[in-house]
Ligand binder design. Structure first.
Ligand code: AMP
Ligand code: ZN
Length: 118
């Protein structure tokens, strides 16, 4: 069982934010912003590549509600899902990072210079 499946099964503790029968939101253990929450489907999908569109639709609604619960709906936030090797995905259970609570930075994402590829 993967680490996030163990969190869903409550075999590993987590700090809950919101939950329904299909999805779970909990605080990231290593926050990169004042608000850094992970949103996952309780069912295991390896990454965004595997999630069916209808489940993604319900997950979008759940993330919108979670942002309201966190009080960042008005101030704004960022949603990130890392996918595979180049995406930098470490945990192979689909998760969306919900980041906010301060003005977020935006910059180069790769060591390579993007201009070299234009
Ligand atoms: P990613 O690099 O997109 O796969 O992100 C994995 C995220 O999971 C990282 O931000 C970690 O800090 C976070 N993480 C790993 N283990 C736990 C845990 N037990 N509880 C909460 N967050 C975790
Ligand atoms: Zn899993």
């Amino acid at each position: 069982m993967c680490i996030f499946c163990k969190i869903v099964a409550k075999e590993i503790p987590s700090n809950a934010v919101a939950e329904n029968e299909e999805f779970y939101a909990f605080h990231d253990i290593n926050p990169k912003a004042p608000v850094h929450v992970l949103v996952i489907p309780k069912a295991h999908f390896d990454s965004f590549k595997e999630i069916p569109g209808d489940v993604m639709g319900r997950m979008s609604t759940f993330m919108q509600e979670t942002a309201k619960t966190l009080g960042i709906d008005e101030s704004g936030y960022r949603i990130i899902s890392n996918i595979g090797e180049d995406g930098g995905q470490e945990v192979k259970h689909l998760h969306f990072h919900l980041l906010g609570g301060a003005k977020l930075k935006w910059g180069h994402f790769a060591d390579a210079d993007p201009k070299d590829f234009i």
